[in-house]
Write a protein that binds this ligand. Sequence first.
Ligand SMILES: [Zn+2]
Length: 150
Amino acid sequence: MKFIADRTLGKLAKGLRMLGYDTLYYRGEDIHQLIHLARQEDRIILTRNTKLALRRPKDRIITISEDHPSCQLKEVVQKGTLSLGKEKPYTRCLLCNDPIDAIPREEAEGKVPDFIFSQQRDFYRCPKCRRIYWQGSHLENMQKKIEELF
Ligand SMILES: [Zn+2]
């Protein structure tokens, strides 16, 4: 399941990437291009535009009515009938949407804070922006959040 989020839903796009979903964030204002991209790449459209689903009954559109990002994520989980277990959390760069790769531990040395390096065994890197990820304490909190979502 892949998504494309419209310009009003940047935080939701990040949340879905955190869960491991391939999610494009479309910053433009051209609704036709958004729909074109969605069709081309077989993506479900996420939008706050309540009229879009009425005007485009044949496209797969989830209309988001919640304001708070974590409530929006819950809304997608419910309306899109996503289920825990199929998701691969923390496998995708939150900024680029690219899948992140496991890297040898020594490659992370000097590029992450020393205390993180000494605590963590596994590191990952985004091939595009080179940002390094690890399963730190903030991710454990995220894990709790994810469990709450489902
Ligand atoms: Zn990246």
